[in-house]
Every structure is written in structure tokens, then in C-alpha cells.
Write a protein that binds this ligand. Structure first.
Ligand SMILES: [Zn+2]
Length: 69
């Protein structure tokens, strides 16, 4: 699987260097994660490196909300 990761990483880098997504490079906003991602979504609202972090933060927010009620 290391080969797959390297390949997708190189593809992302090529896209960034191509210029089209030069303003779409971001760092994951999830706690304890500093992975860099390329936001290829249409409206550029991506905040996480992947769905794993997205779900982790969503779950944490959900728990935080319910804690007070
Ligand atoms: Zn992340």
C-alpha cells in the first residue's frame, strides 16, 4: 500500500505545481493531524486530509454538544 500512497501523493503534487489548484493546498484541521491535502472540491470547502479525520472531528463535536444537554 506504500506504493499507492506514494503515487497519489505525486499526483497531488503534480496538480498543485500545475497551478490550477495552487490555492487549494491546505493542512488538515483535525486535532493531532498535520497532513497536507489538496482540495479538489468544486467550492473549496475541504478542511480535512480525509474522511477518517472528518468523521473523527464530527463525532467529537457531536459528543461535545450532547455533553451539555
Ligand atoms: Zn487529518
Amino acid at each position: 500500500m506504500a506504493g499507492d500512497w506514494g503515487a497519489s501523493c505525486a499526483t497531488g503534487l503534480a496538480i498543485v505545481l500545475g497551478g490550477e489548484f495552487h490555492d487549494r493546498l491546505g493542512v488538515c484541521t483535525a486535532p493531532h493531524c498535520d497532513r497536507v491535502y489538496v482540495d479538489v472540491s468544486r467550492n473549496g470547502t475541504r478542511r480535512f486530509c480525509g474522511t477518517a479525520c472528518q468523521n473523527r472531528v464530527k463525532t467529537a463535536a457531536f459528543r461535545a454538544r450532547n455533553r451539555d444537554s
